[in-house]
Write a new protein. Sequence first.
Lengths: 164, 427
Amino acid sequence: MSVVEEYQPVFTGKTLDRLREIFTRYPTKAAAMLPALWLVQEARGWVSDRSMVEVGELLGVTPAHVRGVVTFYTMFHQHPVGRNFVQVCTTSPCNLCGAEDVVQAFLEHTGARELGATSPDGAWTVTEVECLGACGFATPVLVNADFVESVTPERVPEIVRKYK
Amino acid sequence: MGFPHNPHARETVLLSQYFGDPEARSYKGWVKRGGYEALQQALAMPPAAVTDVVKESGLRGRGGAGFPTGLKWTFMPKEKDKKKPHYLCVNADESEPGTFKDREIMRWTPHALLEGTLITMHAIQADVAYIYIRGEFTEPFAVMEQALAEATAAKALGTFKIYLHKGAGAYICGEETALMSSIEGKRGNPRIKPPFPAAFGVFGMPTTINNVETLAVVPHIITHGAAWHKAMSLSSPKSTGTKLFSVCGHIQKPGNYEVTMGFPLKDLVYELAGGMRPGRTLKACIPGGSSVPILNREETERCLLDYEGCVAEGTLLGSGGVIVFDDSADMVYQIMRLARFYAHESCAQCTQCREGTAWTTKILERVLAGQGKMQDLDLLLDLAENMTGKTICVLSDSCAAPVVSGIKKFRGEFEDYIAGRRRAMVA
Ligand SMILES: Cc1cc2nc3c(=O)[nH]c(=O)nc-3n(C[C@H](O)[C@H](O)[C@H](O)COP(=O)(O)O)c2cc1C
Ligand code: SF4
Ligand code: FES
């Protein structure tokens, strides 16, 4: 017999209160979409199909509409990712300053090995992203919500140790 | 944190005066530096008078298009319909490769942005402002959140309402109509204009959209007057004030430099930003963010940094993101990388853009892999022509700009790959 895990809603208690406060900022409920999805990702680490249904119900839009939004924005995860999510900028200006070597160093030191894949211990996912708006601080890296400037391959082991 | 350089003697520091000074971030610290006086002054003036001063100052939008700011404000309805609130959208989506100035304004002088936002709200009679900050800007977001809380507690907002809205990773949301779609909770698809935002903007209401840097200048104009701002011009009288230039790429001292409009690009690169690395020479430069045509060395050394000076060299001032390439740069690879950026960021509504950006990237990858043909260069130019001036927004044109100028000015490098004179690479 398969056990179907029951979905625990994200929006209860304090999280629901936060959403209610967000509703007051916009003239339509549907406009609370991005903030609501951010709350889901904060709570669960990613946005599941079931969470999309929940958000749709609260905002009065269809689950398909929610899915359309989730898939449009690169920062929303449609699958679980590692506990630490690393985003390295590799757009032209950073590429000129050696961003590819920073990517390689992260893949190596985190054990994630492959871009977008999660390390065997579930701790790390490393991705390349487009311009992070900090090109004068090459190479900028986002580790979860922490924005780290001027990362060189030499600094990578120390950064990885900090988040272990 | 920390700011990479002290101002150079040839900079004119208005916006960047307090970059690196943590005390300026707090409400108290800002007031101590004369902050919020311009707001009081503006609130004592009729809205139309505020707009007139800004119009007279010659200020043009710093987000990329350079549209006259005061004129844009006059497009808003003068008589307010009670059922139609006015909105201000603050564009803090800064994602144009090469540009990182709005980030520094927000993280060091958040109250400069709030004050400029409030003055503008008064001028256009806005009830609500949304500051749209890209999702990756976690630190500027936190600083702005704190500043907004302090300003609210100090009752600096009066009856105006300001909310921060966090993006979620999409370059296209910096385009003004896409930004409005995104605030409404939709996919960030640009909309066909007309209707223009001043008539039918966010939530279908009259809306003005301005860039962070544009708004941060406004308090200075109110304090010092239109004539003072207009007088800051080293070349064309149609370009006034100071401008923050973000310098990056192959350069000794990357960072933001604030200079008066009309400043020579050559001096910005060689003098203020420290020039090339030892033993290197300048090969190319993109002066206005990745969406504008590339300059070769000769053009770079001639170019004056204002709207007209850039046009004279066949490029644009854009957002002021200066990307420097020295003689070690592989222009074919760099142009492919820029094309890939646009292919990745296209919202895919228009065929020319969706197909054009993807094809351009593929052909450039093929050339790099040593499998290109000479006809590919003409094909790229053909594609670029089809991508220019034919789509809902100009992202498509932006992809074409570096490709066309790149092939024109560095054709030899493309031909080397095609003829097998340069070692192929897998990109
Ligand atoms: C694809 C695209 C991306 C853009 N990104 C930005 C941006 O990140 N920040 C910005 O201020 N303007 C951006 N713009 C320009 C805006 O559409 C708009 O012109 C600007 O925000 C208006 O403000 P301003 O008049 O104060 O410059 C972009 C335009 C396009 C076509
Ligand atoms: S030009 Fe490209 S980005 Fe702009 S609306 Fe069309 S498809 Fe979208
Ligand atoms: S190109 Fe890397 S931050 Fe802009």
